[in-house]
Design a protein around this ligand. Sequence first.
Ligand code: ZN
Length: 117
Amino acid sequence: MEFELKINYVECRSDSGSLYKLTKWGCNCKGYSFRRDCRHMREVLAKDLFTKLEAQRAESTSLFLTSDYITNERLKSIRYGLKKYNIPFTEKLVLKLNLVMRADGDLKKFLTLARKG
Ligand SMILES: [Zn+2]
């Protein structure tokens, strides 16, 4: 059995090559659906992989929010979006929108806030 940490689940490749998805709520193998228990889940729990998955996700979230590269790319895409929707803007507005988009990339919200200036 081999395990790989994905974004939202642990992937298990069994010795026969089948792939299973495991989350805290279960495994998608047949055995688990009957017994609420399987060797994939027991192994994931023994290796503490859900904790590792959480840690990995927390780390990638903080990287995503704080890296200069990502921030610059986000600022670029905000300017691009403002131009695309013909909304006049200043750098001050771009920075203000950056704070909002950092937390929530919703386009409607973006446009509403952008048009308010
Ligand atoms: Zn299973």
